[in-house]
Design a protein around this ligand. Structure first.
Ligand code: HAM
Length: 453
């Protein structure tokens, strides 16, 4: 443990309690506030349900991993590893650690460590925060969240196709339909030998135009020439456009794999575009790669990205096993929903309990517990306040109705149920026995739900 004096020095704090400065959050890392959390919960519930419908089971891995995991897994010459990782040495034991920038490498680490593939393939899903030190802008954050899927031990192409069908179902389940839904871009990165042949041709092509390459491209020429294709430098676009395409190097097996994925999409009526320049920013992919993109969110329009990574498990020290997966950016998905199809969320609270007088408070709490046992969401007023101010709080709470318990109600063994929302045409204010209150409110809310359809 560091002594207080040291901690103060470390955080630049004077050793007195004076000068209390406001501390603000880390740039590019957002708070999820209560007004937003309902929509996040709604999305999480739907996404996780679709994942379960396809037989995926949840996995949770730590947010911190050994740095070597990502360097080896994602690839040394990628933007993520070169410049975006939050990497530090643990001052307490000297370990090199990194806040996970993505979760595929970590899931693979866990699967190998716990020998999860010993009894056959596994279908795993996760949700959680990832960290990349990028320049923050709309849709691009330094802490962001992903829903992810990893199917391990399956060679495809059936599982590749099924994952795309599942993502399409997901948009529908979130009620993002038709031209509001992200569109699918697809490519094949082929197998290692095919990529090597393409790489050789690519290097020759770029070398023959060496004078046009910028410093970044020069640097990548021999380490990761594929990434040059991603460059947005206008001066380099002609040489990028005329570069040899990997699709012309694919052999029969790779073509057949891609054809089978495409055939699944067509059978399910899922529109797609072949994008021969789609390379993805992580090095572990082969064969199928895809992105789901929208034009509605400005520059950061990729909602979902993924593909096949058949060598990663072996490369990370496991017995060779093929795999395929994807991740969806939660912030971008939610931004799209807000843009095109924000759902009407159910009320966060059903009942607000108002009471006055000490004995009434105890009786009110008893009714509140009965209502909770019946499955209602109940907030009981805490602390002393006038009836008028409690009713105001009840109204602001968003609850569907207030339950009032005063001395009069308590001595008669009843509560007053008062509707708070006119739009449901819920109920007239009424007195019901304490014992019946929960059932009566449930019935009334149900009637309103049915009425609302
Ligand atoms: P990725 O393409 O790096 O893939 O990220 C997936 C998604 O995460 C992106 O399409 C985007 O929606 C979101 N995302 C990425 N960076 C940010 C950011 N800075 N701010 C907000 N959202 C962001 C992967 O991470 C792979 N692990 C996917 C995968 C799983 N491949 C196979 N299995």
């Amino acid at each position: 443990m560091l002594p207080v004096m040291c901690i103060n020095a470390l955080v630049g704090r004077p050793n007195t309690m004076a000068a209390q400065q406001k501390i603000v959050g880390v740039k590019g890392m957002n708070d999820l506030l209560p007004d937003q959390s309902g929509l996040w919960e709604w999305v999480e519930a739907r996404v996780s349900e679709v994942f379960r419908q396809y037989g995926y089971r949840a996995i949770r891995t730590p947010i911190l991993e050994p740095t070597a995991l990502f360097v080896r897994g994602i690839g040394e010459v990628t933007d993520i590893v070169e410049k975006e990782m939050y990497t530090f040495t643990d001052a307490l034991n000297g370990e090199q650690l990194t806040l996970r920038p993505e979760n595929t490498a970590a899931v693979v680490r866990s699967v190998i460590e716990h020998n999860l593939l010993y009894d056959g393939p596994k279908r795993l899903w996760y949700v959680g925060p990832m960290f990349r030190h990028e320049r923050p802008q709309r849709g691009r954050y330094r802490q962001f969240h992903q829903f992810g899927i990893e199917a391990l031990g399956m060679p495809g192409p059936d599982i590749d196709g099924e994952q795309l069908v599942m993502i399409h179902r997901l948009w529908q389940s979130l009620r993002i339909d038709g031209d509001q839904a992200p569109r699918l871009e697809l490519n094949s990165l082929g197998m290692l030998a095919e990529r090597q042949a393409h790489r050789k041709a690519l290097i020759e092509h770029f070398q023959s135009h060496a004078s046009i390459l910028d410093a970044d491209a020069q640097r990548r020429l021999l380490t990761n020439p594929l990434r040059i294709l991603d460059s947005k430098n206008p001066a380099m676009q002609p040489v990028i456009q005329s570069a040899p395409l990997l699709k012309d190097f694919l052999g029969d097996a790779s073509r057949a794999h891609l054809d089978a994925v495409v055939e699944t999409l067509e059978r399910h009526g899922i529109a797609y575009t072949m994008n021969p320049r789609l390379v993805r920013g992580l090095d572990y992919y082969n064969l199928t790669v895809f992105e789901w993109v929208t034009d509605r969110l400005g520059a950061q329009g990729t909602i979902c990205g993924g593909g096949r990574y058949d060598s990663l498990i072996e490369q990370m020290g496991g017995a060779p096993a093929p795999a395929c997966g994807f991740a969806i950016g939660v912030e971008r998905l939610i931004a799209l929903l807000q843009e095109v199809a924000a759902p009407e969320l159910p009320a966060a609270l059903d009942v607000y309990v108002v009471h006055w007088g000490e004995a009434s408070e105890r009786a009110a709490m008893q009714v509140a517990e009965q209502c909770r046992s019946a499955g209602l969401r109940v907030q009981m007023h805490c602390g002393e306040a006038s009836l008028k101010s409690q009713m105001k709080k009840a109204d602001q709470s968003g609850a569907q109705c207030a339950v009032l318990m005063g001395e009069d109600e308590r001595t008669q063994g009843v509560v007053t149920v008062k509707p708070l929302r006119a739009e449901g045409g819920l109920i007239q204010q009424d007195r019901v026995s304490m014992a019946d209150a929960a059932a009566v409110i449930c019935g009334l809310l149900k009637r309103r739900e049915n009425k609302d359809g």
